[in-house]
Design a protein around this ligand. Sequence first.
Ligand SMILES: C[S@@+](CC[C@H](N)C(=O)[O-])C[C@H]1O[C@@H](n2cnc3c(N)ncnc32)[C@H](O)[C@@H]1O
Length: 448
Amino acid sequence: MADEFTVKIEGFATPGCGIARVDGQVVFVEGACPEDVVKIAITKKNKSYANAKVVEIIEPSSHRVKPFCAMQKVCGACQLQFIDYDYQLELKRQIVQDAMRNIGGLDILVNEVIKSPEILEYRHKIQYPVSQTKVSKRILAGYYKTGSHELVNIKHCPIQPKICDEIIDFIREKAFEFGVLGYNEKKHSGDLRHVVIRNSALNGKNLVVLVVNASDVNKNIKKLADAIFEHFAEVSGVCVNFNTKKTNVIQGNISKCVAGRDFVVEKILGKSFKIGANTFFQVNPKSAENIFKYVKDYISSNFKKPTVLDAYAGITAFGICVSEVCEKVVSVEENTQSCIMAEDCLKENVIDNVEINNMDAGEFFAKEKRKFDAIILDPPRKGCTKESLDNALKLSKGKIIYVSCNPATLARDLKYLAEKGARVESVQPFDMFCHTYHVENVAILSLI
Ligand SMILES: C[S@@+](CC[C@H](N)C(=O)[O-])C[C@H]1O[C@@H](n2cnc3c(N)ncnc32)[C@H](O)[C@@H]1O
């Protein structure tokens, strides 16, 4: 293959690449949109495909729009922002459809993607890696450039509430003033590794989490935490999370609240939830509310007071949202802080038909004797083990509702369940992560 070609983009694939063909070989073109005619340069040749970047747009696709973010050329986060929103949704639907067909071997028409209620300032959890400049030691915080660990110092991110920019800016300035060192990933040295902010879509309050390369709170970090808490009326608390491992995992297992409260409150379908430093909660609460409603409506229109298992439950958000249309909900979650927050939610919302089990889902499945009318599975990106899927089939009387943020592992697991006799009734995508190639899905399976 020579190095430069002019091609027409024919399709789209994860991770947000246009697809073209050169001499019959597939080329994934970064930053290209279907219908574009572009000059591309090959960046990598593989056995059965190649990667390329756009050198020149010769005829732009009618779906191209002006990117909304000044940092779009350097920040790797919102890969699809140069494509109009409605077409982004269609491309995401196609990504899910392709996964169902090519990985899942399933002949099912994926539904149209349900829009996010907000497409800017929608992201209520931010996680910025922190480092510092070599010479002046100024603090840097932002996202990594695509495919690298080169940090882009982001002053304004349009997909996050504006207050997050202000808090991060304050941290940059005060951390430097108080002698807090930004993390050096290569040398595994420095103090501050990440800043995580949980912003409440309900009331705009923020929980700030300072992830440190230490097992205790040093005096400079404490000074920084106090300064953040005193300066911002919108900050309800500051926690320090300890992570001394050489790892890409952002947070360690232990956090300590050093100022204010260790949670923010979110409200979904009329139920209030506490979200802490180490608890999972969907990053886009308004889009998540659509998903919880979809699942609740499905359960209420298909069952009369069923028993439901909410597995990989986090703070039992699904379980609590569906509890009023259920006889009994049982949840299982391995993260202890999530289970504590879930118990608090039950008290706060006066709910007495939800049982919370703080344990590994696999272990729970293996020992559980009760059967459930419906099982909600919402595992991490890697999906479920075959053993967990076998057990879910054993424990379900009729329906499995599989929620997933990864179309590839969802398709793999649906294939396995279908081979065991389950029928995939529907796959419904939701736009939880606007302007990125990520997409959340709810698949409904029937065992009868
Ligand atoms: C994608 S989140 C879903 C959380 C929740 N359903 C929600 O919507 O807020 C996955 C959850 O599974 C939990 N988890 C991961 N592995 C687990 C396991 N082996 N057993 C139980 N829970 C697990 C994580 O702690 C996380 O809370």
